[in-house]
Design a protein around this ligand. Structure first.
Ligand code: ATP
Ligand code: MG
Ligand code: MG
Ligand code: MG
Length: 563
């Protein structure tokens, strides 16, 4: 590619609203241009990076056995009403009407569409499991779009969905995605950490992990152990359960409350009402060292069998959120042993909930022997709600906790039957019985990755792309395009390299060397070859963007370093 014809111009001034270094450099170096808040065009340089990230994702998804498809952006509102999300998704969902006044939404995610699709295509266990993915534009009317591609309102996502016949199957599908994600982020050259997370708005009954690119500008705090592999998203852990006042032990339930009072139940209830998505997920209350009560997320059903399995007991009854709200006035679901009738629950509610909520912080309150994220989701994260940096790790007790800021670049969930039940995605099992499919969903912020990498890899002169996703491999810069000897050598190198599939950007612009070098550092192509006065003796100046040491080498030596 000849730079004189490249649609890209480096800017001298950066827009004042660009706060993040990645945002400034991506604008300045001519990778992206803003059309409206959170809405961007990719110029050729930016698009080349984006396509390379997509290619890595496709290769690893395909290798994991997933199949690519492509679904519509426009989604009938009926589907969202069926799943129950039309009412709860809020203003982030962009809603519109067609000429016949029919309601639509612009897809912020595709659970409804894929579940409907698979429901119509698959009806036997013989055709399961299956994992499907797409790379597609998503729309979310974010309250605060910012940092360029980090938080857009129109952005590119890879979303995948798995359909299994059993929870064990889901676990295998989930692990396959976990592995694919580590390979994808490794290949993109990201520094990241996979952490435990809360399901958030998507709902779901199983485990969930976030992949966090480490960067100061990140909106989440990651807690990790210096010794074991424990890592969690602190904000999520804190938002899962607000603290409640000390409660007294009632009806033989042991009191294990050690955390200081900060919130009353009323405050808690208010919080839960305001932010239904951040509700308490799963907290186990212990009595006489046996689990007797479980608080569950109230915005969706809990798989009763799974719960029985987790508790290792048959005598478990589930009250859904509605029943519990009516009985106790609290908007959380409740599960307890049969025999604890709802009126008893109502009587117990406050003390119990306080104890359970507060107890979330105590290791003893969690059901022993259940691996968080693997079986029924027990909050491991809750353990570190009040953690401080440098404290002993609550898991291995050998290392200490460290805090880092992170950007969520990927998120994997075990959804369970939330969508298959809501939308009726069933299959016939090997005994001829009708069952709901067990689902997982897996997202990657494709466009966000560009900014995350730019955030991690830049210096005071510009971007520093890793070879795997750089817009070009080599930046070939003749000092003067009017010098025939220089141009002859530059053209020769250009030919030799491109013939070997090396992507070369040839700076054939009639500019001063200083301008060319500044632009080159800004754009951040991994290798730069300057062809100057020494061209006469067949020598060039070779520089790696990352390290910056200039070396005068022969043409052949430069070639052998690159190819
Ligand atoms: P966030 O917490 O940053 O709002 P999310 O949890 O709402 O993200 P998911 O629903 O998990 O996002 O979507 C899957 C992935 O899509 C995220 O892990 C993230 O990488 C990416 N993503 C989400 N929202 C945006 C956005 N507004 N702009 C760019 N990428 C996004
Ligand atoms: Mg979000
Ligand atoms: Mg998130
Ligand atoms: Mg997420």
């Amino acid at each position: 590619m000849r730079q004189s014809s490249l649609l890209s111009s480096t800017l001298r001034e950066i827009p004042s609203d660009a706060e993040a270094a990645s945002h400034q450099y991506m604008l300045k170096a001519g990778f992206i241009r803003q059309l409206a808040a959170g809405i961007y065009s990719y110029l050729p340089l930016g698009l080349r990076v984006l396509r390379k990230v997509e290619k890595i994702i496709r290769e690893e998804m395909d290798k994991s056995g997933a199949q690519e498809l492509f679904m519509p952006v426009m989604q009938p509102a009926e589907l969202w009403k069926e799943s129950g999300r039309y009412a709860v998704y809020g203003p982030e969902l962009i809603r519109l009407k067609d000429r016949h006044d029919r309601e639509f939404a612009l897809g912020p995610t595709h659970e409804e569409v894929i579940t409907t699709l698979v429901k119509n295509e698959i009806n036997s266990y013989r055709r399961l499991p299956v994992t499907l993915y797409q790379i597609q534009t998503k729309f979310r009317d974010e309250r605060r779009p910012r940092f360029g591609l980090l938080r857009g309102r129109e952005f590119l996502m890879k979303d995948a969905y798995s359909f299994d016949t059993s929870w064990e199957g889901l676990h295998q599908s989930y692990l396959a995605m976990f592995d694919a994600y580590t390979r994808i982020f490794d290949r993109c050259g990201l520094r990241y950490s996979a952490v435990e997370a809360d399901p958030g708005a998507i709902g779901g009954e199983g485990g969930t992990h976030e992949f966090m690119a480490l960067a100061q500008i990140g909106e989440d705090t990651i807690v990790s152990c210096t010794h074991c592999r424990y890592a969690a998203n602190l904000e999520k852990a804190r938002s899962i359960a607000a603290q409640a006042p000390r409660s007294s032990a009632r009806n033989g339930m042991k009191e294990k409350v050690h955390t200081p009072d900060t919130r009353t139940i009323e405050q808690l209830t208010k919080l839960l009402k305001r932010e239904p998505q951040e509700m308490i997920k799963t907290l186990i209350y212990m009595a006489d060292d046996k689990p007797v009560a479980v608080l569950v997320r109230g915005d969706h059903e809990v798989n009763e069998l799974k719960l029985k399995h987790a508790l290792g007991a048959e005598n478990v009854a589930l009250a859904d959120a509605k029943t519990t709200v009516e009985a106790t006035g609290a908007p959380v679901g409740f599960a307890g042993p049969i025999g604890l009738e709802i009126p008893v629950l109502a009587d117990l509610a406050v003390g119990e909930m306080q104890a359970a909520v507060t107890g979330a912080n105590e290791a003893d309150y969690h059901f022993a022997g259940v691996v968080p994220g693997k079986d029924f989701a027990i909050e491991q994260t809750a353990d570190i709600r009040n953690a401080a940096e440098g404290e002993a790790c609550p898991h291995c007790e050998e290392g200490t906790l460290r805090f880092d800021r992170g950007i969520e670049v990927g998120h994997i969930f075990k959804l369970g039957k939330k969508y298959s039940e809501a939308l009726g995605a069933r299959f016939t099992d090997h005994e001829g019985k009708d069952q709901h499919m067990i689902m997982g969903c897996y997202g990657i912020g494709v466009s966000r990755i560009l900014s995350a990498i730019a955030e991690q890899r830049h210096d005071d002169r510009g971007l520093v792309w890793p070879l795997s996703i750089a817009p070009f491999h080599v930046h070939l810069v003749p000092v003067s395009i009017k010098d025939e000897t220089q141009m002859r050598l530059a053209e020769e190198l250009y030919d030799l390299l491109t013939r070997q599939d090396i992507e070369v950007l040839l700076d054939d612009r009639d500019e001063r060397l200083g301008v060319k070098l500044n632009d080159s550092e800004l754009i951040g192509i991994p290798v730069r070859v300057v062809v100057g006065k020494l061209a006469a003796s067949g020598e060039v100046e070779y520089t790696e963007r990352e390290h910056g040491d200039k070396q005068v080498v022969s043409k052949d030596s430069a070639l052998s370093r690159i190819v």
